[in-house]
Design a protein around this ligand. Structure first.
Ligand code: G6P
Length: 575
């Protein structure tokens, strides 16, 4: 799982690749690299760490190159090391290759490549040696032969220095080609090149493309040319920068009230008919199965509750656990929820459900994503680009969208004071949150209790504590505490409870932990630590936002890389 970038044409390749790789870092950032073609020479620069580390070389080598390919990596096969960083070169240095995905049968392919010297532990390196080995048949034939042989998912950019061409190979992982006036751009996500062109060709599974002097030819494995016009994408990117905030996470939390306000307006006006169509699709089936990963899974847990409340038979299955043993049939609507629209576990679930006869609906944030394109109906959450690996404004917009749909089914729909209440929540609790963060920053374990709709929020806050603050945290149903976990509560153990009302059932769980000496922190309108609006129905949002602020400040006080936690990536495109 990684980001691929490439450029060929009249613009400065170094500047272009640098910019594109920065925009792709959300796909992984444990190592980075680029290879440049000048005349028939390839120069490579790569290593562990992010693009900043090789920036100067990229700019210098790129300024004199005709084209280049680049990569930002999230390690799957082989740890993050200089050798494992992409691009990988063939023995004769004729070819250079970057890869996103997993070549499952790489060991078998490698075993057939006697005589080739391998430098890395990656699955990707076999591709460049294989193509070199078979290039005596012609490079294009070698590419086709590799695609017929390789199992798994891949997006590959291969530079051939002898014929000065770039080959793009795709199966499973995304690959987009941007068509400029005098340039061709290549990327795992068109967002990477959208400031240069809005004309995009999306490569499809089982296709390869040949980029030859800015001419792009797409073919299938039978060699038949696949003629199609570039799609013109509409981009409405608001800002790519931190706007004075120290971290994207901080900025993105601040954006939450505005994002909800904007979303509500869109759903009530230009998107209104789309919402009705979405609801028709939902109600047209006997049951709805929501599927998602990570934070989107927590939003889906809430979504299935909202839908059940209005009479829809809805259940939720985490995407990585989705399998053929679930009761999916022609009367099922699979509702995939994904910020990126590229999560492999979710895409696999879609494929399985489709085979079993289900229709596919999706709720996504990133426009033009694979999940959106594979769905029968789609709704966007319009939160704008999110850069911090941990999802914040997209979580609240996902939850808002799912709640909106449910409310419309019931015929009731209004935004109320939510955006202004959220603005106040953020404004009024800054100091209180910092104080609690100071209290919690050195703790090793934190428990978060929620009941009913608060349970998914408790799970979400615990996920954030793990990824942002590197603290082991457990979000759990308050009522389950007494069935085991209570044994772990001792003097000073931090327990955060989400208490929407004075008479909430969770209050008795709170007493149970307090009487065992826990350091009890209540997120509640009645808490003496925080100031939250007493609006029961919107408490999901207030508690989530407070939880985000708290984890942000713990991470920041610990000096952690809040926006890019170790070992993680924003978009996980491998299983
Ligand atoms: C990764 C990210 C999580 C995210 C999950 C699902 O694991 O680190 O923050 O929630 O993927 O992503 P999606 O794009 O499908 O919502």
């Amino acid at each position: 799982m990684c980001g691929i970038a490439g450029h060929y044409g009249s613009s400065d390749t170094g500047e272009v690749l640098l910019d594109m790789l920065k925009r792709l870092e959300y796909r992984g950032y444990d190592s980075t690299g680029a290879a440049f073609l000048s005349g028939s020479d390839i120069s490579t620069v790569k290593g562990t760490g992010d693009i900043e580390k090789i920036k100067e070389n990229v700019v210098f080598l790129g300024s004199v190159a005709d084209g280049g390919i680049g990569h930002t990596r999230w390690a799957t096969h082989g740890r993050a090391s200089d050798e494992n960083a992409h691009p990988h070169s063939s023995c004769e240095n004729r070819f250079s290759l970057v890869h996103n995905g997993i070549i499952e049968n790489h060991r078998k392919i490698k075993s057939e490549l006697g005589g080739h010297k391998f430098y890395s532990e990656t699955d990707s390196e076999v591709a460049v040696h294989y193509i070199e080995e078979k290039s005596t048949l012609g490079v294009e034939n070698a590419v086709v032969s590799f695609m017929e042989k390789a199992k798994g998912s891949y997006a590959v950019a291969l530079m051939d220095s002898k014929e000065e061409r770039v080959f793009l190979l795709k199966n499973g992982s995304p690959l987009a080609i941007g068509i400029g006036k005098k340039d061709v751009f290549i990327a795992s996500d068109p967002f990477a090149f959208h400031s240069y062109t809005d004309r995009v060709l999306f490569l499809r599974d089982g296709e390869y493309a040949v980029v030859d002097n800015c001419d792009v030819t797409i073919k299938n494995l039978d060699g038949a040319v696949q003629k199609r016009k570039p799609e013109v994408l509409e981009w409405k990117e608001r800002s790519f920068g931190k706007n004075g905030y120290r971290h994207y996470m901080q900025k993105e939390i601040r954006e939450i009230p505005g994002c909800i306000e904007r979303l509500e307006k869109l759903l009530e006006t230009v998107e209104s008919e789309k919402v009705d169509g979405f609801i028709d699709a939902l109600l047209g089936k006997d049951k709805v199965v929501l599927t998602a990963s990570g934070t989107s899974h927590h939003a889906s847990m809430l979504g299935s509750r909202f839908l059940r409340k209005v009479g829809v038979d809805a259940r939720v299955v985490v995407a990585s656990e989705f399998g053929e043993n679930f009761e999916i049939d022609e009367e099922t609507l699979l509702l995939a929820v994904s910020q990126s629209g590229e999560t492999k576990d979710v895409l696999d679930a879609i494929e399985t459900a489709r085979k079993m006869g289900a229709d596919i609906a999706s709720i996504t944030n990133t426009p033009h994503s694979t999940i959106q394109r594979r769905s029968d109906v789609n709704l966007g959450i319009h939160a704008g680009r999110e850069f911090c690996v941990a999802a914040t404004k997209t979580f609240t917009n996902q939850v808002y969208t799912l709640r909106k749909i449910s409310k419309r089914i019931r015929g009731r729909s209004s935004v109320g004071n939510l955006p202004s209440n959220l603005k106040n929540t953020i404004k009024k609790n800054g100091e209180a949150v910092k104080k609690v963060a100071e209290e919690l920053k050195n703790k090793e374990d934190i428990y978060i209790l929620g009941k009913g709709e608060m349970h998914p929020v408790a799970e979400e806050i615990s996920l954030k504590l793990k990824e942002i603050a590197y603290i082991h945290a457990e979000g759990m149903m308050g009522g389950e505490l007494k069935h085991g976990t209570l044994a772990l509560i001792e003097e000073g153990t931090p327990v955060i409870s989400l208490v929407p009302r004075r008479n909430s059932d969770i209050v008795s769980n709170l007493k149970e932990v307090k009487s065992r000496g826990a350091n009890s922190i209540e997120i509640s309108p009645f808490s003496d630590r925080f100031e939250l609006p007493d609006e029961d129905e919107d408490f999901i949002f207030f508690s989530a936002v407070l939880g985000f602020m708290l984890t942000y400040w713990i991470g920041r006080k610990k000096g952690l890389p809040v926006d890019r936690p170790r070992n993680l990536a924003k978009s996980v495109t491998v299983r």
